[in-house]
Design a protein around this ligand. Structure first.
Ligand code: GDP
Ligand code: MG
Length: 342
């Protein structure tokens, strides 16, 4: 798709080419979204490494192994819309009953940056939520209230598309997995991984302030399976590396503790027991079904109609900007006061 202002167009040919290979196979689509330069593409490359190297516990042990830079280099991925890239070959795993499932990874870009408009941003997140079976919401540090507000806005946009197609069934959640992936976790009160993550998430969900309740209810009504994983820092060899030379990254450059947690996350995502297969209204979607859905959703998201949520997003951004300026002013005043006192 070309980046023309606010337009959101699906490249049907590319999308069809990818999912035509698995017309009759159930799918697991792992998507990652969140602010830029927070290690989203890096994480997808590591998860791909797990699947490509045979899905055993030892895949992260060969320290000389290089991590293929599939997502930053676009080798092996196709851009299907502005801001969304998908792996172009399925990787096969098995579900609980031993049936083959085709796994694809979806990376999103351009959200929360200053170049992407409110509508573009919502459309990217909405599309990735609509098409994935697992939406990873990648954030650095802890969950802030505005992260949840953005999630609500984007999810509402996705729900709007589902409802337009009358796929909505009031009694069921339209979407499946939502995983908060909190990078560079530092609070020692909670252990790394999913156990600590779920405990931490419970405290976030307990918020009783009236204005924050609806955000949480909306999340629980939209996703049937909500989790949280706390990730350690990957080490300075990763954090200080420029993206361009990520291509040469070896497992020995990455902290052991980080790799252990990636291993656990990969097992959870692709294990026969916990694998989430893409469904809509309880019905398993195959490659053929996904092509149809994507075409329908892309039409809705690119139509002239902009749901109210988008103006909410803009209002939100504006409010944040004003707050940011106020903060700068306060910092400046404090700085000047200190200077005077010296
Ligand atoms: P994206 O924009 O979210 O896709 O981020 P990238 O995957 O391109 O990573 C941006 C930079 O952060 C790269 O230089 C990575 O090496 C580095 N990085 C990746 N993961 C982490 C992490 O967990 N913590 C820190 N501090 N840096 C990371
Ligand atoms: Mg990226």
């Amino acid at each position: 798709m070309q980046n023309k202002g606010e337009e959101f167009k699906l490249r049907f040919d590319v999308f069809e080419g990818i999912f035509d290979q698995v017309r009759n196979t159930p799918l697991a689509i792992i998507s990652i979204a969140g602010p830029f330069r927070k290690g989203k593409s890096f994480m997808l490359n590591l998860l791909l490494h797990y699947l490509m190297e045979g899905q055993s516990s030892d895949v992260y042990k060969d320290k000389k192994a290089k991590i293929r830079n599939i997502f930053n280099w676009r080798g092996g991925v196709e851009r299907t819309t502005v801001g969304i890239e998908i792996t172009n070959k399925p990787i096969m795993v098995k579900d609980k009953s031993g049936k083959r499932v085709a796994v694809f990874f979806m990376d999103t870009q351009g959200m929360f940056d200053h170049k992407t408009t409110g509508k573009g941003c919502s459309a990217i997140f909405a599309m990735s939520t609509l098409l994935s079976s697992m939406q990873i919401y990648n954030l650095s540090g802890h969950i802030q209230e505005d992260h949840l507000q953005y999630l609500e806005i984007f999810t509402n946009y996705a729900r709007y598309a589902v409802e337009q197609k009358q796929h909505a069934n009031a009694s069921t959640c339209p979407f499946q997995g939502l995983m908060f992936l909190l990078r560079n976790w530092e609070m020692a009160d909670y252990d790394f991984g999913q156990k600590g993550g779920v405990e931490y998430l419970a405290t976030v969900m307990e918020e009783h302030l009236q204005e924050n309740v609806s955000v949480r209810q909306n999340m629980s009504n939209s996703f049937s399976d909500i989790g949280c994983t706390l990730m350690p820092h990957p080490g300075n060899n990763v954090a200080r590396r420029k993206t361009a030379i990520n291509n040469n990254i070896e497992l020995s450059d990455i902290d052991e503790e980080f790799l252990d947690e990636v291993n656990k996350l990969a097992k959870y995502l692709f294990n026969q027991e916990s694998l989430i297969v893409k469904k809509l209204d309880g019905i398993t979607i195959t490659g053929e079904g996904l092509i149809e859905l994507a075409i329908e959703y892309a039409k809705i998201l690119s139509s002239g109609e902009v749901p109210k949520v988008v103006s909410m997003l803009q209002a939100n951004l504006k409010a944040q900007f004003i707050q940011f300026i106020r903060q700068l002013e306060t910092e400046y005043e404090e700085f000047m006061d200190q200077q005077v006192m010296l």
